[in-house]
Design a binder for this molecule. Structure first.
Ligand SMILES: [Zn+2]
Length: 258
């Protein structure tokens, strides 16, 4: 436990030093809205699958004969995900990106087909460090042993993935990582860590956690221009619902997100 606490202290200190004088680091970090989040009229659930920093969501989507996950959290035991899955078969895991706090429980689901965006493979498998400096430091301090999923595939941008009766449009959106992904399913856009819902807007976490900060509004514009979604489920904060999600994303991409 002492070791864990010292890691968190080191990480916090690095963050504060990096951000000193320019931004209020803590106020820019995402806050999750609950342990288990959902929205009316949709039968998917987001569960906090946290580990040490405790704010990563994994989404559990029911399918014909089991479930499909979006991301697998930071907790290597996958405990909260397994509780939500409740013994159903995990057909696939759609990764929004390969940061350690979204892939930790992959080894718990070796039968699942794992998908990620174009070029994201080396990051997922731990063969390459994150380009984002904050991500690289956090990975060194907090990531588990590298793991290559037995069934792994990078999708093609714009590919339709049909899994156990469910259909996902997979879009390549770089910015947070080089091979980042958005998945659009049944009116929901799962967009990982590119934008974080906060108050009545979308914003970004501190720039040290992006491989290409300025690419984010460009990539999110690509999501905005798709009209098959009304709600955005992000990686650390919330599900932004239909009454405001499109307007909030328009504001983000329209003024370049600044
Ligand atoms: Zn990330």
């Amino acid at each position: 436990m002492a070791r864990v606490n010292s890691k968190v202290a080191i990480l916090t200190t690095i963050g504060l030093i990096t951000a000193a004088g320019t931004i209020n680091f803590a106020s820019l970090m995402p806050r999750p809205t609950g342990d288990r989040i959902s929205i009316e009229g949709h039968d998917f659930v987001g569960v906090l699958a946290g580990g040490i920093t405790g704010t990563s969501y994994s989404y559990v989507i029911p399918s014909a004969t089991g479930v499909i996950l979006v991301d697998s959290g930071q907790d290597p035991s996958g405990e909260s995900i397994k509780a939500e899955v409740a013994g159903r078969k995990v057909h696939a895991i759609l990764l929004t990106h390969g940061h350690f706090d979204h892939i930790a429980a992959l080894p718990e689901f070796p039968e699942a087909q794992v998908y990620a965006g174009p070029g994201e493979g080396p990051l997922v498998k731990g063969e390459a460090p994150p380009k984002a400096p904050g991500g690289a430091i956090a990975t060194k301090l907090l990531a588990g042993a590298p793991y290559t999923p037995p069934k792994f595939q990078e999708f093609r941008d714009g590919e339709t993935l049909t899994i156990d009766g469910e259909t996902f449009l997979a879009l390549h959106i770089s910015g947070h990582t080089g091979g980042g992904a958005a998945y659009i399913w049944e009116g929901i856009a799962f967009t990982g860590d590119n934008v974080i819902g906060r108050g009545n807007e979308f914003s970004r976490v501190p720039s040290i956690f992006y491989s290409d900060y300025d690419q984010v509004p460009v990539s999110m514009k690509k999501v905005f221009e798709n009209h098959d979604w009304e709600n955005i489920a992000d990686g650390h904060s919330r599900i932004t619902e239909a009454y405001s999600a499109r307007a909030q994303l328009q504001a983000f991409v329209g003024d370049d997100g600044h």
